[in-house]
Write a protein that binds this ligand. Sequence first.
Ligand SMILES: Cc1ncc(COP(=O)(O)O)c(C=O)c1O
Length: 497
Amino acid sequence: MDEPRTSGVRADEPGTAGVRADEPPTSGMRAEVLRTAGMRAAGLVAGHLDGLAERPVWRPVPDDELAWIAGQELPETGRPLGALLEDAREHILPYPMGNGHPRFFGWVNSPPNPAGVLVEPLAAALNPSCAGGDHAGPHLERTVVRWLAELVGFPHPPGGGLLTSGASMATVICLSAARQRAALADGWDVRRDGLSGRAPMVLYVTEEGHSCLRKAAELLGLGARNVRKVPVDGAYRMDPAALRRMIAEDLDAGLRPFCVAASAGTVNSGAVDPLGEIADVAAAYGIWFHVDGAYGALGVLADDAAPHYRGLDRADSLALDPHKWLGVPVGCGCALLRDPGAARAAFSLVPSYLVDENAGELGWFAEYGPEQTRPFRALKTWATMSHLGRAGIKRLVEHTSGLARTLAAMVEQAPDFELLAPVTTSIAAFRHTPRDRDLDALNRALPYAVQVRGNAFITGTRLGGRDALRACFLHPDTTEADLEVLLEEIRLAAKVL
Ligand SMILES: Cc1ncc(COP(=O)(O)O)c(C=O)c1O
């Protein structure tokens, strides 16, 4: 189905000329021109979001469109705004990833909250760097970081967090803080001395921990071989007794355990590790307790899931992605820190050209992470959270968690499906089990076969040594009828595989 032609944009519209070869690039963009084009862009945005549910969830980019999108040459002469919008309408908007659609259940990708979409152009128009300073951006960032911490019940000292591109970067920040703290406790400075000649630092995760944890460990020079995989129980939750044993063994071997990274909502099944028991082990050995709540931290807002999150408030750091369950437009992650000074110790480097005498006690955000120029992520996060309100966020979490439980019940009742893990958050992991089929091969092939049909979007994984399907619910408009469609789509796709 084509994108509705809501823009009415004409490429040759007077007053929307691009930059001519003989004029400087800064000239010629009068406010009136931008206002006219902006109204058209708003129409495109509304038309896109309005019609999403009636279009295919996803479709492959056809070859001719791919050639247009990927093969363009940079124009010698600048093009008018109207022409750019027309190109976007014709070649870009019809080929979304699919996550705006209520039957998109892939990975962990939410639809954009409309309030977040609304303010994106304002952030671009202001175009600040939120490295620090006395302007709206950094001040608003302090507010939304505090809101996020309060929302999930994480302790919030002043300056206790910062927004990031996503949880991968938040994880780098948190593990850097952990690494620096461990080194300083042992009487050396990893920033000055590097890692060589020291006992290898060891990080503890589970097989279910997100790949960003290992990536961070590799980036920080810890070495993947020093990332221990702690066994999980039957519900894919970290086994704290095994964690304790592994730390003791590593200490005996002369290694330096420095951090355990638990999950509050794994990507495979939405499992929440036993945070309180892990906090006990971390405290007993004096190691940093990090929680990856990128996707699932908000699950604490659902009353029946809240007990699973006991101990979250004891973590040293928490990664939480506003661009996941909350629906803040991509990208926005957040690193929350019990002791913000630990991140500052890991990153602060203020050359003379960046000294700000008026920065106050907390200094600049750029001192707490690797980014210097930082986008205005706070505006879309503020707009989304304000628009939903605490009650709206809780409703969203409970609605989507309820959908996962309903799907799990439907799967358990169906003779040709099997539930593979308990549901704690808004993810259900399961597989299709028709008779006389190679179930691993079938379930491995199913996600793409379902996706190309365009009626639902699901992704797969390996869970407990088996190929599995997983559905993640994040969309406020998904209904129970959509779950019926999903199971039927899987059956239909399987028949032709
Ligand atoms: C549980 C979990 N942790 C970490 C990440 C990484 O986050 P990001 O993609 O925002 O860097 C993801 C992404 O899906 C995730 O689901």
